[in-house]
Design a protein around this ligand. Sequence first.
Ligand code: NAP
Length: 242
Amino acid sequence: MQAIVTGHSRGLGAAIAAELLARDIRVLGIARQGNAALAAAYPALLQEAGLDLADTASLRNWLDGGQLGDFLAGDGGPLLLINNAGVLGPMAALEAQDAGEIAAAMAINVSAPLLFSAALARRHAGELRILHVSSGAARHPYPGWSIYGASKAALDHHARCVAADGRAKLRICALAPGVIDTDMQTTIRASDAADFPLKDKFVALKAEGRLSTPQGAARAAVDYLLSEKFGSQPVADLRELG
Ligand code: NAP
């Protein structure tokens, strides 16, 4: 078994990569920065690719190229794809949204996961499990988060449609992971309440110690990914799994 984890350099993706490596699963981590701590701890199990997922043209080339082919050739067994890398994008009402920030957010949050999914379904003949890291924002309208919410809702519906394709040896789930203590939450708490009216709710969650740790969320997500139940529902919430 081996895994591809996007956004393994920090936050939830780093914790998911660590959890997989600790279970002796080879990982190809993809982010703009490396993860020096994991590379030092698991030199034989971790490979890294420095990619900017906002650059869709470069990603298309990379997905057809040799580094991915070499990694896939290492093990014909089950392959895990964890589409974790994500950004909030512009937190603002429509008229204040920057075009470049919209395009980058959609490339990172939507195009990249969809391109990875299609490429791996094409290039890997064995069992494939795809985990899209979604968000409660896909399922509830948050003012100021139209880009982020739309991008995560796209992942939810991609998972539903791929599941409906009924491809043999493929399981997929878009999983909302809960509120996790990462850089993304720091960015939310630093936002302007005029742009993101629910900011105070997230400030209170942190103050009350109600955020999950990346390690706890990663352990639960990997347990689910590796379980028999994975893929039985294409859209799920980590907080509601029995
Ligand atoms: P984070 O701490 O901000 O980490 C984001 C990760 O995505 C980093 O590893 C980053 O790597 C990577 N990334 C961002 N832009 C990239 C780019 N242009 N190219 C390649 N990689 C890029 O965020 P997080 O909280 O761990 O979030 C992980 C996932 O969980 C996201 O999909 C997020 O939407 C979702 N989520 C988080 C929460 C939460 O409460 N934290 C809640 C619901 C859902 P580099 O900077 O090295 O490129």
